[in-house]
Design a protein around this ligand. Structure first.
Ligand SMILES: Cc1cc2nc3c(=O)[nH]c(=O)nc-3n(C[C@H](O)[C@H](O)[C@H](O)COP(=O)(O)OP(=O)(O)OC[C@H]3O[C@@H](n4cnc5c(N)ncnc54)[C@H](O)[C@@H]3O)c2cc1C
Ligand code: SF4
Length: 557
């Protein structure tokens, strides 16, 4: 071990620094270069390659790609080749279900004209376009810290140091992080970004807004029996297996060559601390109206990621001195459509256009207020405004009445451009919704069958997750005693269950008598979904960036 004092970091200077090579970050980078190829742009990405940390459905509304790269449909290497041919909505009970007629669904829920594919593959394709325009992209580097100037403005980011041991010492491989300094910095980290969280708090960007809401989305990719493959089919369900006090639903998309993306989203305002989103997903696949698709098929991939769902009323102020939040770092998902990638692209484009104007006027380090002013009247605002009450109605009135009222509200919005409910509040943040464990009926899950339902270890294996083991734990507890002193007696320590990767465990010195409990963090399994940062009832867990390149290695999620 080499234990040297940290040397000063080297710095590189750009016009615009972008954190995150998702659709938002890459769209911003491409748009800046389209507007002026002299503008210098850098993108840092914590995944080992672009797309490695991207997880989405994905049915993609092409509005963003059409605007950003109008020729994409002619590109033989385009990532989205399966056009939606059929929409199906099912309401499931425990052993049966009903197919809802398409005519009762508001028009905005229709997926015709949309494309099914992998958002990870789409970002890799966008990265190619960006690099061809001269954007510098550095995968394998996590932006660990925001850099502040003398006036309190953001002046860039620093990537994390590499080669630090678990106890904080510098190993022989120690390499100091780099400073990437920019006139403007765009935070494009996706849902619950670690820098976004600090920046939102520092500049009070959420003041006067509703709390951001989230779901955890779990996803698998299957190669199915050719007889079961229906290219272009998009199917959504709600209802079973989720019971009272929880909500969410599934998606099943058939695309490319015999691939089926199956996923399940559990809204993180659930109340029962014994709920396990992973196990809800696994038993969903065993439903008699669902299971057949997977029999005779092969599961290829697994992963999980938080999805924002607060929409219109939860969107924070987007700008701060020296930068802006773009994409799902701001939370631009249309909850009813389960779509956000089109808005991520559009927001990156608007922010880029406003930064281009500012740079042209010789400005730097100030607020891009024109971006803030533009979004609510843009296509993003129009998309989110119409569905703003769907989530609050569902949370308030439960499945049958809530979904019905949400549907009616979308119809009225669509036909008359208004809502009888005005703009509803979301209420409590997701971390504050759990009931004490002794006030709920524990949920008992069936054992996985190893055929269509699986356990966590074999699932995490399919996410190709890998972290350098000898590094500081990136899941930081503000108070290390809270899990055992408060969360365990009060809620049964729900992290054991909501984490989709089995990172958190409670182990007992005396297993039989349940004595001497200890909280264990298997940080190397973390798939970077950010659920613990959102749902911990004590808000005691801070997800921070591990060494760059660590985390899942999704191929085409
Ligand atoms: C289960 C699920 C299903 C979904 N289905 C759909 C769908 O069908 N259609 C649709 O349009 N949308 C869907 N969405 C939403 C969609 O995925 C998001 O709206 C979209 O990915 C947001 O794009 P983004 O660029 O803002 O963030 P992301 O796509 O999350 O990209 C952020 C990038 O930033 C990187 N990053 C984060 N922090 C750092 C850091 N500190 N340093 C360096 N890099 C960092 C990440 O590794 C990642 O590559 C779904 C989401 C989920 C979870
Ligand atoms: S530790 Fe947190 S971020 Fe990592 S997989 Fe578990 S819940 Fe997700």
């Amino acid at each position: 071990m080499v234990d040297e004092a940290a040397s000063p970091r080297e710095s590189m200077h750009y016009d615009v620094v972008i954190v995150g090579a998702g659709p938002a970050g890459l769209a911003a980078a491409i748009r800046l270069k389209q507007l002026d190829d002299e503008i210098s742009v850098v993108v840092v990405e914590k995944g080992s390659e672009v797309g490695a940390h991207i997880l989405s459905g994905a049915v993609i509304d092409p509005i963003g790609l059409d605007r950003l790269t109008p020729d994409w449909r002619q590109d033989p290497d385009r990532p989205l080749k399966t056009e939606v041919t059929k929409d199906r909505f099912l309401l499931l009970g425990p052993s049966s279900g009903v197919t809802l007629p398409n005519w009762i669904m508001p028009r905005l829920m229709s997926n015709h004209g949309n494309f099914i594919g992998s958002l990870g593959a789409t970002t890799r394709w966008l990265a190619g376009r960006a690099e061809a325009l001269g954007v510098e992209i550095y995968p394998g580097f996590a932006a660990a810290e925001a850099l502040y100037g003398e006036r309190g403005e953001i002046v860039g980011v620093a990537t994390g140091d590499m080669g630090v041991s678990r106890d904080g010492k510098h190993k022989a491989s120690f390499t100091r992080g780099m400073e990437l300094r920019g006139k403007y910095t765009f935070i494009a980290e996706g849902a619950r970004g670690s820098l976004a969280k600090q920046i939102i708090a520092r500049y009070r960007l959420e003041e006067g807004r509703e709390p951001q809401k989230y779901g955890i989305g779990l996803k698998e990719i299957w190669e199915v029996d050719p007889a079961k493959f229906k290219p272009g089919l998009v199917q959504h369900t709600f209802g079973w297996p989720l019971g009272r006090g929880s909500s969410g639903g599934s998606f099943i998309y058939h695309y490319d060559a015999r691939l089926v993306a199956v996923g399940f989203v559990v809204h993180l305002n659930y109340v029962n601390p014994t709920l396990s989103p992973f196990d809800e997903f696994q038993r969903f696949k065993t439903h008699p109206m669902i299971v057949d698709t997977f029999l005779g098929g092969k599961r290829l991939a697994y992963g999980a990621r938080a999805i924002s769902s607060g929409g219109w009323q939860s969107t924070p102020k987007l700008v701060f001195p020296g930068g802006a939040l773009i994409g799902c770092a701001a939370g631009f998902v249309n909850f009813a459509r389960i779509k956000g990638s089109h808005n991520a692209i559009l927001s990156g484009m608007i922010a880029a256009e406003k930064a281009h104007e500012a740079l042209g006027a010789g400005r730097a380090g100030d607020e891009l207020t024109a971006y803030e002013d533009a979004w609510r009247t843009s296509d993003i605002g129009r998309d989110l405004y119409k569905v703003r009450n769907v989530k609050p109605l569902w949370s308030r009135f439960g499945l049958a009445l809530g979904v019905g009222l949400g549907g009616l509200d979308m119809w009225i919005n669509e036909l008359f451009g208004l809502s009888p409910f005005g703009t509803l509040k979301h209420g409590k943040p997701d971390y504050a919704t759990l009931k004490p464990i002794n006030a709920v009926t524990p949920i008992i899950y069936p054992k996985p069958d190893g055929c269509v339902s699986f356990d966590k270890p074999s699932s995490v294996f399919l996410s190709n997750t890998n972290h350098e083991e000898d590094q500081p734990v990136h899941l930081r507890l503000r108070d290390p005693d809270i899990p055992i002193r408060i969360n365990l007696p009060e809620y049964g320590e729900p992290a054991r269950l909501y984490c989709p990767a089995g990172v958190y465990e409670v182990v007992y010195g005396d297993e039989k008598a349940r004595l001497d409990p200890r909280f264990v963090i298997n940080a190397q399994n973390c798939v970077h979904c950010k659920t613990c940062d959102i749902k911990d009832p004590a808000q005691n867990i801070d997800w921070t960036t591990p060494e760059g390149g660590g985390g899942p290695n999704y191929q085409n999620m």
